[in-house]
Ligand binder design. Structure first.
Ligand SMILES: CC(C)(COP(=O)(O)OP(=O)(O)OC[C@H]1O[C@@H](n2cnc3c(N)ncnc32)[C@H](O)[C@@H]1OP(=O)(O)O)[C@@H](O)C(=O)NCCC(=O)NCCS
Length: 149
């Protein structure tokens, strides 16, 4: 197995490759906001926070990073099964955390599907803490609810 990988920033032109990778990865959630147009908005707003890992010219690992001026957010972190256990995911999230810190953001949040026990173990093993469960995540989907009139 080739374990020589490189990391570079995620680019909009990666979109099609990323969608194929993400769709074939258990544990990730994709929706309308993973479209090309939304990825452009995301990358333009969050410059320097998202990365891909490459082996033999192919993307084998990904992370999307964002921040809202107060908290950082990580999503779409994955490594292809045949390249797991090599420290690639850790390198990816450390790069995003370092970039967040350089932007003055010291706390980073992420969501884990309840059934994704392996990912939860991964995060906890690496020092991420589950916040107390005295809150729920709410969302307004404006495609479904005409809240803005
Ligand atoms: C979770 C995932 C990204 C980890 O990728 P990876 O490249 O294998 O992880 P790494 O090799 O960087 O692991 C870093 C460390 O975590 C440990 N680790 C990796 N997976 C682990 C697991 N499931 N449970 C506990 N520890 C784990 C490694 O042993 C390593 O420890 P070390 O630093 O002491 O050597 C990968 O399993 C994946 O793509 N899963 C599917 C997508 C997914 O669920 N993403 C998370 C969404 S929240």
């Amino acid at each position: 197995m080739n374990t020589n990988y490189t990391i570079r920033e995620m680019k909009l032109t990666d979109h099609q490759d990323l969608i194929e990778l993400w769709e074939s990865t258990e544990g990730l959630c994709l929706d309308e906001e993973d479209s090309y147009d939304n990825m452009k908005i995301f990358l333009d707003r969050n410059v320097g926070l998202s990365f891909v890992a490459i082996i033999d010219g192919k993307i084998i690992g990904t992370i999307k990073g964002a921040q809202d001026g107060r908290r950082g957010y990580i999503s779409h972190i994955m490594v292809l099964p045949q390249h797991r256990g090599l420290g690639i995911a850790k390198v990816l999230y450390v790069k995003t955390l370092a970039a967040l810190k350089a932007q003055g953001i010291w706390k980073c949040n992420l969501y884990v599907l309840n059934q994704n026990t392996k990912a939860m173990e991964f995060w906890k093993k690496n020092g991420w803490c589950e916040l107390d469960r005295e809150f729920s995540m709410l969302q307004m989907d404006m495609r479904k609810n005409n809240a803005t009139g």
